[in-house]
Ligand binder design. Structure first.
Ligand SMILES: Nc1ncnc2c1ncn2[C@@H]1O[C@H](COP(=O)(O)OP(=O)(O)OP(=O)(O)O)[C@@H](O)[C@H]1O
Ligand SMILES: [Mg+2]
Length: 326
C-alpha cells in the first residue's frame, strides 16, 4: 500500500523568511512511502469472509452421521473496523452459525473467515481470535456465573491473566459504560433481564475485545430491557469504538446500523444500509421478514398516493414528510 503524507514544514529560517509580497512563506512537505502488507498496516476489515460454508453433521437417533446439513452456503461478508453491522433473517436462516464463526466457536467447512486479519481456521490464531471478538448470547442466565455482579464481570479478565489492579479498573469501567455501576455489589439473581444482559455485556467488554458479536441479546427481554441493552451497545460503539455485530429479529434495533445483512437458507440475500433494505418491503416479506412499523405505515400511505419518500425509518421522518404535504 502507498501512503502519502502532506505536511507544512516546521518552524525554521526558511519558513520565517517573508515573501517579497510580505505574506508568510509556507513550505509543504510531501512524503510518499510504500508499506509492505502485514508490516505496519492494520486490516481495515474486522470481519472478512470469502465463500464461507458450514455444514453440520446430520445424525440418526443412535448418533450415527447420516448426512450433512449446509447451514451457511457461500457467504461473502465485509465488516469494517469500528462499524455497526446488523444481521437479520428468519428462524434457521444461519445467523447464529455465522456469528459463531466470528469468534471461532465454529470454523468453516469450506471457504475462509478472517477476524481482524487472522484466519480462524489457523489453530495458532484461536486465542487471538477469541480475544478479538467477544460473544453475547440470548439468555443472560446462561452467561452469568458470579454471585456478585463485580465478581462476574471480573472473571473474564482474570482468566486472561490481567493483573488484579487492572481487573478492578476494567470492572469499574465496563460496569459504568453499560450503566450498571451502582449494582456492582448486587446479586445477579436480583436483577431484571435487561440489567442481567448489561452485566453480561460488561463481562465481555472487560476483556477489551475489538469486536462484540451479539446473538439476539434482546430476544428474552421486555421492551424496557431491550431499550436498555441497545442503548448500552450504542454507547460502547461510540465511546469505545468497538465493532458491533448485532443479530436480531427486531427491525427497530437495526435502523442505526451502517449495513444490514439479510440471511435466508444460509445465503446473504439482501445487503445495504437500513434505508436501502427497508425500502424493499415486498422482498423482505418474501423472506418472511417484517419492516419497522413506521416504515410500513409510510409505505401504505405511499401506495395510497401520498408523496412520501421510500425507506422512512423513524417516526420523526414520517411526521416531517406528512407536514411537507400541506
Ligand atoms: N448443532 C446443530 N446441529 C445440526 N444442525 C444445526 C445445529 N445448529 C443449527 N443447525 C441447523 O443449521 C441451520 C441454521 O441454524 P442457525 O441456528 O444458524 O439459524 P438462526 O438463523 O440462528 O435461527 P434462529 O433465528 O432460530 O436463532 C438450521 O437448519 C438449523 O437447524
Ligand atoms: Mg440463532
Amino acid at each position: 500500500m502507498w501512503r502519502i503524507i502532506l505536511s507544512t514544514a516546521g518552524k525554521g529560517p526558511q519558513n520565517d523568511a517573508k515573501r517579497r509580497d510580505g505574506l508568510p512563506k509556507i513550505s509543504i512537505c510531501v512524503i510518499i512511502e510504500y508499506i509492505c502488507p502485514g508490516e505496519d498496516e492494520e486490516p481495515m476489515e474486522m470481519i472478512h469472509a470469502e465463500k464461507l460454508v458450514y455444514e453440520y453433521d446430520k445424525r440418526d437417533e443412535e448418533g450415527n452421521v447420516i448426512g450433512r446439513n449446509r447451514a451457511i452456503d457461500g457467504v461473502d461478508i465485509d465488516i469494517p473496523q469500528g462499524s455497526f453491522a446488523a444481521v437479520l433473517g428468519h428462524n434457521g436462516s444461519g445467523k447464529s452459525t455465522l456469528a459463531k464463526h466470528m469468534n471461532a466457536i465454529l470454523v468453516p467447512t469450506g471457504g475462509t473467515m478472517w477476524v481482524d486479519g487472522r484466519e480462524t481456521k489457523d489453530p495458532e490464531e484461536l486465542w487471538n481470535v477469541r480475544q478479538t471478538a467477544g460473544m453475547v448470547f440470548q439468555n443472560p442466565d446462561n452467561q452469568i456465573i458470579g454471585t456478585v455482579v463485580e465478581e462476574d464481570v471480573g472473571f473474564g479478565p482474570e482468566n486472561l491473566g490481567v493483573p488484579t489492579d487492572e481487573i478492578w479498573k476494567r470492572v469499574e469501567d465496563s460496569l459504568r459504560s453499560v450503566g450498571m455501576i451502582e449494582y456492582r455489589k448486587a446479586s445477579p439473581n436480583k436483577l431484571s433481564g435487561g440489567q442481567k444482559q448489561r452485566v453480561a455485556i460488561a463481562g465481555v467488554i472487560a476483556m477489551e475485545p475489538k469486536c462484540i458479536v451479539l446473538d439476539e441479546p434482546t430476544a428474552m427481554l421486555d421492551p424496557n430491557g431491550r431499550k436498555e441493552v441497545i442503548c448500552a451497545v450504542e454507547k460502547l460503539r461510540i465511546e469505545k469504538k468497538v465493532t458491533v455485530i448485532l443479530i436480531t429479529h427486531y427491525m427497530e434495533e437495526v435502523i442505526d446500523a451502517d449495513q444490514v445483512f439479510v440471511m435466508d437458507g444460509g445465503h446473504i440475500v439482501m445487503h445495504g444500509t437500513p434505508r436501502e433494505i427497508f425500502r424493499r418491503v415486498e422482498e423482505l416479506k418474501s423472506y418472511r421478514m417484517d419492516v419497522p412499523q413506521v416504515t410500513m405505515l409510510a409505505e401504505e400511505l405511499r401506495k395510497r398516493g401520498l408523496d412520501i419518500p421510500g425507506g422512512i425509518l423513524r417516526r420523526e421522518e414520517l411526521v416531517e414528510a406528512l407536514c411537507r404535504l400541506r
